[in-house]
Design a protein around this ligand. Sequence first.
Ligand SMILES: [Zn+2]
Length: 475
Amino acid sequence: MLIRGAEIHGRGLADLRVEGDVISAIGALTPRPGEPVIEAKGGILLPGLHDHHIHLAALAVRAASIDCGPPAVRDRDDLARALTQPGSGWLRGFGFCESVLEGTLPDASVLDTMVQHRPARLQHRTGRMWLLNSAALDELLAENTTPPGLERDGDRFTGRLFDEDAWLQQALAGTPPDFSQASADLARCGVTGLTDMSPRNDAVMAHHFAQQAECGHLAQHAVIAGRLSLVDAPQHGWRLGPAKLHLHEAALPDFDATCAWIAEAHAQKRGVAVHCVTEVELVFTLALFEVVGAQHGDRIEHASIVSPELAARMAALGLWACVQPHFIHERGERYLRDVEAQYQPDLYRLRSLLEAGIVLAGGSDAPYGSPDPWAAMRASVLRGTREGTPFNPDEALTPEQALALYLADPLDLSRQRRIAVGEVADLCLLDRPWREVRERLESADVRATLVSGKLVHQRIDESPVQRLARREAAA
Ligand SMILES: [Zn+2]
């Protein structure tokens, strides 16, 4: 395939040939007889974007679930309406937030007033808690042992289930979901690779990834982080990512045992990715690495609250950070309201982390954030809430810095992938030059996406009238 007349990232205007799964030539090239040609018309051609932190199975499941939080659901009546669905069997809700019920977390009896005759489970917005109605409790407890994370009030269960996803999955006897829709949505945004950061990823999930790739339901290259027990199997079409440590500030693990766990990961030549959304979690993590020693590949996920002092310690250890710049846009109003004033300046820093010498990469954390990397790039540059309130605007990135978050090599975030002869043809073609793209950062501008030389997305081009309408809507 020949991509003709593209603005090649890092090079300028040229033609590019793809043969098999690699880039075979760049320059002034003539089409060969019968060779498919894409006329780029000066559009920017980028290395394919990589989402460095996603939960693909959860994203796929969400596509078949009910949105139970703002802005779709704002109060009790909205929630009752959303949960009134035809059919029988389990209802699965996501995104629930206390603000829907005037700041309260419902127990099973409250949910029963909305869904009585079928089991319902609502996932809290944080992803850390499920809210069950009585029918759900009955069904789950009929055949299974009671997990420690199921809250009790005296001798009855409230229906609130904390951090028991593995138990829930087993109790529901669920098979992992089909990835087709989620994968196609990512391809539409120019995403050619992803790192799945689910802490419980094990051999079963890795096998599912391999199967989904095999039957064409997963177009992207996958890096799978997860348990220490997960071992590399390069022949199966996915690559092993870091070992994932999921900290909970309220129940931090034993310090010495965790040091030993990190040392074991390092002995396997595996980096460690630690979930840190609070200052306490970050302080704990830095202390761990200061004792065990950090190695190339160790990273902090989210880095939600980082004071300048802690940033200096992260930099001294050489830790990378995987950030979610779109959270400022999506959740900024709530952060401004709920996060203690002393922590506000330290929330989701970007520019000052780069200036401290910390390598950054971007991940959507989808389904807990939007899977669209362009929305995240836009949020990095604009640094405002959904309603337009500026949010630590000094932390803004340039569009080029924002793009770089998604061009990092997934196994070595300190290295930027680039377009060059001999590289795998993972490419993202936009419909206009970078000087225009950088002002918009819109996923709708992605025209074509190639993974290993294969076209996995090609935009159906609009009529001039439709294009005008889209431009006007964006303006
Ligand atoms: Zn996550």
